[in-house]
Design a protein around this ligand. Structure first.
Ligand code: SF4
Length: 183
C-alpha cells in the first residue's frame, strides 16, 4: 500500500537528525526548509546545508523555500521586545508553517509536520496550536507530536555532534542573536 505523502518542515541539521527516522515507516517523507527567520543570511546557509546533509543521510528529498527575510520582518513587526516563546515566536512559527502548508497543498502532500518541537526551548503547545489552525485553513492533516519526548533532543544532538554538521547556539532571528550575545 502506498504511504501518505508528508512534508516535514525542518529548521536545522540538529532537528533533522532523528525525526525523519520516526516518520519514514509510516509516511513518504520530503524535507522542507523554510526558515526566513534566520539572521544573518550566512547563518541561514549554514543551517540549510546541515539540514540537507541529514536529509541526504535518510535518502529523503530536500526542498528549499525562497529565503524571504523582509517578509518575515513584516510578519513580526512591532514584536522586537517580546520574550522568547511569546507572541513574536507564534508569528514566526505561523509564518514558516503557513508557507510549508501552502507548498504542501500545491504539491500533493496530505500531511505536514515540523521538527520544531525537538528543542526543549520551544513551546510544543504553541507549535501544535499553530499547526492545527493551518491544517484547517489548508484542508490538510498536521502531525502534532512532541519530538523531544523519549530523549528526542538528546539523540538528535548526539547524532549531529557525531556527524560533524554545523550546530547553532541561538534560536535564529536577529532578536535571539542579540539576546545570546548579551548573555
Ligand atoms: S526566538 Fe526563535 S522562534 Fe522566536 S521569533 Fe526568533 S527565531 Fe522565531
Amino acid at each position: 500500500m502506498e504511504k501518505p505523502k508528508l512534508l516535514l518542515h525542518a529548521c536545522c541539521g540538529v532537528c533533522s537528525a532523528y525525526v525523519p527516522e520516526l516518520l519514514i515507516p509510516e509516511f513518504d517523507v520530503a524535507v522542507y526548509y523554510e526558515n526566513s527567520n534566520i539572521y544573518p543570511q550566512e547563518e541561514y546557509f549554514k543551517r540549510r546545508d546541515a539540514a540537507r546533509i541529514m536529509a541526504d543521510g535518510f535518502n529523503l528529498p530536500f526542498l528549499e523555500a525562497t529565503y524571504s527575510p523582509d517578509a518575515w520582518d513584516d510578519a513580526t513587526l512591532g514584536h522586537a521586545e517580546d520574550r522568547e516563546n511569546g507572541p513574536r515566536c507564534r508569528l514566526c512559527i505561523n509564518f514558516r508553517l503557513d508557507r510549508t502548508f501552502r507548498f504542501a497543498k500545491e504539491h500533493g502532500f496530505s500531511w505536514v509536520a515540523t521538527t520544531l518541537s525537538v528543542s526543549r526551548r520551544k513551546n510544543v503547545v504553541q507549535i501544535n496550536e499553530v499547526g492545527a489552525l493551518l491544517a484547517d485553513k489548508y484542508g490538510l492533516s498536521f502531525l502534532g507530536r512532541d519530538w523531544k519526548k523519549m530523549n528526542g533532543e538528546t539523540i538528535s544532538q548526539d547524532r549531529a555532534k557525531r556527524s560533524g554538521i554545523y550546530r547553532q547556539d541561538y534560536c535564529g532571528c536577529r532578536f535571539s542573536l542579540k539576546k545570546k550575545l548579551a548573555e
